[in-house]
Design a binder for this molecule. Structure first.
Ligand SMILES: C[S@@+](CC[C@H](N)C(=O)[O-])C[C@H]1O[C@@H](n2cnc3c(N)ncnc32)[C@H](O)[C@@H]1O
Length: 269
């Protein structure tokens, strides 16, 4: 490949990452982005990747090139009980939603390998009955969804948890931690792209009372952030809450104007 063609393919790749997945290619990521492009070319051939990057963007279809690049590019960092004060708030908000509804639906909108979903499930199961609360996880990376469905984790996923937490909620199996079945009840996972124009398709009309969308906005470009907020709002029940990560806060004006009770990362609509 000539140098000019190289640059052209790299540009097409970064444009595709932004349009299809919303991912911002910041200068410090350029080297890693080029490395990932090289890996994709080695596996799928130059014409194979060029064909995908040149086709019209479809947010709901994932080619084999897409599946590989999602796994190579997306940042999946997560762990049990991340930002425990948020789980505490989710309990309080669930309690308040229960005063007007019989059932509460919670969505973790970028659920990675399931740690956020199950931390929420564990924390709520201690206070509510299984059939009162459902927790959904949704995520673009199929490999991470498969891990979540298995409910088996390494010590690393539980690195901030006490030994009491580990023994109370998990069975130890060959140095791995298997979540107890009762905390996997009323928990569901979906594969989707948060930028989809057909987000409702993935939830069959289900509406959520609390949506946690944490530690993903940091990686998205401004247009995609607004698209994601549109999508989340379309899935939210009237009076519902959106919660971002503590480091993200009110990432958009629309969130800022709906701040809830002085919290910088909880918004009521
Ligand atoms: C850093 S993890 C955050 C996990 C969890 N919310 C937490 O706070 O611990 C971000 C997740 O967002 C997923 N993701 C990135 N872009 C996405 C998109 N366009 N649609 C759906 N999920 C996406 C990634 O695959 C990754 O698993």
């Amino acid at each position: 490949m000539k140098k000019g063609e190289n640059v052209d393919l790299f540009r097409k790749f970064t444009f595709y990452l932004e349009k299809k997945f919303g991912w911002f290619v910041i200068p410090s990521k350029i080297e890693n982005t080029a490395f990932i492009l090289g890996k994709l070319i080695m596996k799928h051939g130059e014409s194979g990747v060029m064909e995908v990057f040149s086709a019209p963007v479809n947010h709901d279809y994932f080619s084999p090139v897409d599946e590989d690049l999602i796994d190579l590019y997306s940042v999946s960092e997560t762990y049990f009980n991340r930002e425990p004060e948020i789980l505490e708030r989710v309990n309080q908000l669930t309690d308040s939603v229960m005063t007007i509804r019989d059932k509460v639906n919670i969505l973790c909108a970028a659920s990675s390998s399931g740690e956020e979903v199950y931390s929420t499930s564990i924390s709520l199961r201690n206070n509510f009955f299984n059939n009162e609360v459902s927790v959904y996880g949704a995520e673009i990376n199929q490999r991470l969804i498969n891990l979540a469905l298995g409910g088996v984790y390494t010590e690393w996923s539980l690195r901030t948890c006490s030994s009491d937490y580990k023994t109370r909620y998990f069975d130890l199996h060959e140095k791995k931690f298997k979540l107890k079945e009762e905390y996997m009840k009323n928990v569901y996972f979906r594969k989707y792209n948060l930028l989809s124009q057909n987000i409702d398709y993935y939830f069959n009309g289900i509406r959520f009372d609390i949506i946690l969308c944490r530690n993903i906005f940091l990686y998205l470009n401004p247009n995609s952030i607004e698209r994601v907020i549109d999508n989340l709002l379309s899935l939210l029940n009237p009076g519902g809450y959106i919660i971002t990560g503590l480091a993200e806060g009110a990432i958009s004006e629309r969130l800022k104007s709906n701040s809830f009770d002085g919290f910088r990362n909880i918004f009521k609509f």
